[in-house]
Design a protein around this ligand. Sequence first.
Ligand code: SF4
Length: 447
Amino acid sequence: MIKKNRLSSEQYAENFSDIHPPYENITAAKVDANRCLFCYDAPCMKSCPTSIDVPKFIKQIATENIKGSAKTIFSSNIMGAGCSKVCPVEKLCEGACVYNLLEEEPIPIAKLQRYSTEKAMENKWQLFQRKASTGKKVAIVGAGPAGLSCAHTLSKEGIDITIYEKESKGGGLMTYGIAAYKVTPQFCEDEVNYILSIGGIEVKYNQELGRDITLAQLKKEYDAVYLGIGVGVARQLDIPGEKLEGVVDAIQFIYDIRDKGYPSVPVGDKVAVIGMGMTAIDAATQAKRLGAKEVTMLYRRTEAEMPCTKHELDIAMLDGCKIIWLAAPKEVKGLDGKVTELVYSKMQLGEPDASGRRSPVDTGETFSLEVDMVIKAAGQTPFENLIAELKIANSKGKIIIDNNCATNIQGVLAGGDAVNGGKEVVDAVQAGKDGAKAILKFLGFNM
Ligand code: SF4
């Protein structure tokens, strides 16, 4: 049965406490920092989409220059605090650390990054000085990682920014789309406030493009417009029974956990999660942590092709989630309008598809699972209708931009998930920096 309030407040607090314990003190951080080889041409730095100078910030921690270390990180990635908690570091910086070649534990780069950035946030260190206002005004749509990073970079250069955000809080995917035990709602709010503390950025919340504001209005009132609207709509399964009570979207489920609080979010006894990306893992682990008795994840390919990292998979398995590989949902069955069963097809791997991964082929054999809740986490789709209404050139809803982040509409630039269809937070931060650089060029500033 799907119900709310399954656990005591103590159990909720325990289940949703931070999974990454921070360093207790500087001495502990220095022990790890001193293991770093401070490599020339460091591979960890090259594998970071925002190119954080990892050896430099680690060296600064080793010499107890925490403020300098935080500045090194934030200069490349203004969401460096959040990224230290949500980045899939095993396939980025830590995965590239030379210690892996020596078959030793890589440097815990994310943990060290967290140490410096949290100290900066706690102490409200103002590490950047905004230049005097240039009189130029830019509108940014979306206060997610791309929008905030673009805003901060532009504000440093004296551009006056107004962000239009459709939600009541900033942070985008970081605030609304990631498991609460990775980044707490309070942390997200603190991070947004810290970024905005540079000044020169006004955020207008509950303002949705196409509903409360129009692109024509923004174009008229501002010198340039940046669209960092992300992606939103969950991909449909297109199978019978998808509308039954108990079939929910993973993004909505995660959003509700963050927005309404743990006891207010209903969860079933036996939950199936469709998909094996980060969102699927976040939905599955949180369903378990909300008190579901059984959580089963279904993925149509094998572990070798899964989009989530091994580390993420381990979290799900440690939480007791079961995995069925090579299983594609075929039909959701119900009784009295409510989900009772998920029928799935047994797949096998065929030839590689356009993504280079071997594509799943239906064997014709079916199995079924007794469930009372199905969470769909088979990816998100762009805001196709909105983009079409705005007459912005796109490819299946993904905004098309040129090398200068420009759309087909003069003075309107874009970046982040709305362009690439959905990547990591750190990729969106870099997109925001690229967008800011392109806007400065468009406004005639020589950078
Ligand atoms: Fe340090 Fe590893 Fe980066 Fe080398 S690759 S600089 S050891 S973190």
